[in-house]
Design a protein around this ligand. Structure first.
Ligand code: ADP
Length: 506
């Protein structure tokens, strides 16, 4: 399993630390050894110097004694006197310096022993010379033992020095070996340290590269995540908006359903009312007809009464006929069987015919009908003659029904642009603003209008249907109750014949 950076780096640094510690320890040891070596060098030099000086002093003593013997001058004894303490000093010091080496120490002791004897003999000879004069000088100077002693001193001194040199050389060799080993250890440690540092450097660099790559990858992943989050946010927003839309759609479906249900309920109610009205409207004139017919059959009526009975029977029959006609028209429209015989017709003439149809009834109510024509010579429309007359008769009939006695119905026919516009304005009951929008709907009657009798609420629905089958339009206006009403029919001028089959829903 490859080592992780966190484990590898401390191991490498530990190696570096180990190498540096080794180098440090070796340096320390070497410094100590060097100090030792220098101390031993000084030590050896001092041993050699003190041995040489001691041997030299022995010879100075011999020279001093010889000179005094020959010349007997006290001043020649000065070197002898000076040498004695120095020799003592050197011997003491040499004992200390050679304490670690028994052979050397033995030789030093020997030098000391011989020198003591030599100095004692020299002192005795000097005394003899002082007392015996020049004659004793010759005999005293012949002293072969003195020479032997001096040779012994020199020989011992040489041995001390030789031992010292030998030991110094051995130390030097050991020092050289240690130095060589130290140098190699240093080279190896330094190389190992450098390699370890290089490794550490490579490890750190590779880790930095790895971490940079990981960081870049992380940044990319982050950016990707951010993009994803943005995309998801947009999608969520869209989904949310869609949900809100669905909510609205549901609400609108619900409200349309409610509206449809309400309309269905209204339609059902209107149908029920219609059935009741139809029965009532049909039964009322029939009752009147039946009543008068029975009276006539009884033969009890005089001439005047018979006349009135016949008039009433005829009027009620006409009313009933109209009702049945209306019902049949509606049935035709619903079953799609209402067909138009389209021909070119003078619109003003059709309106005049309709006026003449309602004129007797208007006269009976003392209602005037005023016709204003402002038509071009070519006020020709394409239409079914009888159905056009029916449209205007219905509108005029309503105007008359809701007009007060002695009032006027204003009828105008004019060509406006490419249409013939017919307006029928009465001064009667008017239409309430609430009922006005529904005035053309089937079975609709303004129940608040007291003049509203003898109808089924089908007339205007039939009118709108017929007008639209003629590709025209019809609209109702009223300024309110008792302010009259105006119905405007607009039919297209001189259109090609539409013998159609265009059946519109009421
Ligand atoms: P109906 O055959 O019962 O009269 P219509 O469809 O012709 O039915 O008329 C529907 C309703 O419109 C009437 O019951 C009446 O309330 C109103 N209406 C129609 N024409 C007029 C008018 N000229 N003045 C006032 N109200 C009118």
């Amino acid at each position: 399993m490859p080592l992780t950076f966190e484990r590898k780096l401390p191991i490498i640094l530990f190696f570096v630390f180990l190498m540096l510690t080794t180098v440090g320890v070796l340096f320390y040891q070497n410094t100590i050894s060097l100090q030792d070596a220098i101390a031993w060098q000084r030590h050896s030099q001092e041993v050699v110097a003190r041995v040489d000086e001691t041997v030299g002093l022995a010879f100075e003593i011999q020279m001093s004694m010889t000179n005094f013997m020959l010349i007997s001058n006290e001043s020649y004894l000065t070197p002898f006197e000076r040498a004695k303490p120095k020799i003592r000093q050197n011997i003491d010091r040499l004992r200390v310096l050679t304490a670690d080496n028994a052979d050397q120490l033995a030789e030093v002791n020997r030098i000391d022993q011989v020198l003591k004897e030599y100095n004692g003999e020299v002192a005795r000879k000097i005394d003899v010379r002082k007392m015996g004069g020049p004659d004793v000088a010759g005999t005293e100077l012949v002293w072969s033992e003195g020479k032997t002693m001096l040779d012994q001193i020199r020989a011992s001194g040489e041995r001390v020095k030789a031992i010292q040199v030998q030991s110094q050389q051995a130390r030097d060799q050991r020092g050289d070996r240690r130095f060589t080993i130290t140098v190699w250890v240093l080279i190896v440690s330094s190389l190992a340290g450098i390699i370890s540092l290089g490794l550490a450097n490579l490890t750190v660099l590779s880790e930095i590269r790895k971490r940079r790559a990981a960081q870049t990858k992380l940044l990319e992943v982050n950016e990707g995540l951010e993009r994803n989050v943005e995309q998801r946010t947009v999608e969520l927003k869209d989904a949310n908006e869609r949900l809100v839309e669905i909510g609205h759609e549901r609400e609108s479906i619900l409200s349309s359903e409610k509206e449809a249900r309400r309309e269905a309920e209204i339609a059902n109610r209107l149908r029920d009312e219609f059935m009741a009205s139809v029965s009532h409207e049909l039964r009322t004139p029939l009752n009147s007809i039946l009543g008068w017919a029975r009276l006539m059959k009884g033969g009890t009526l005089d001439e005047n009464q018979s006349e009135k009975a016949l008039t009433t029977i005829i009027k009620n029959s006409e009313t009933q006929n109209r009702l049945i006609e209306d019902l049949l028209d509606v049935a035709r429209v619903i079953s799609g069987k209402l067909q138009l015989e389209m021909v070119d017709i003078d619109a003003a003439e059709v309106v005049s015919q309709a006026i003449e149809t309602v004129r007797p009834a208007a006269n009976a109510k003392k209602v005037r009908i005023e016709l204003t024509e402002n038509v071009s010579t070519s006020a020709i429309v394409s239409g079914d003659h009888d159905r056009l007359v029916q449209i205007f008769t219905n509108l005029l009939g309503n105007a008359l029904k809701f007009s007060h006695d002695n009032s006027t119905i204003h009828v105008s026919v004019e060509t406006i642009s490419d249409a013939v516009v017919t307006k029928i304005r009465d001064e009667g009951k008017g239409i309430s603003p609430e009922f006005l929008p529904m005035v053309f709907e089937r079975f609709r009657q303004d129940v608040t209008n007291k003049s509203n009798n003898g109808g089924l609420g089908l007339g205007l629905a039939i009118v709108r249907n017929l007008v639209e089958m003629h590709h025209g339009s019809v609209r109702a206006e009223s300024s309110g109750e008792n302010k009259g009403a105006t119905f405007t029919v607009s039919l297209p001028l001189n259109k090609p014949t539409h013998r159609d089959e265009s059946i519109l829903e009421l």
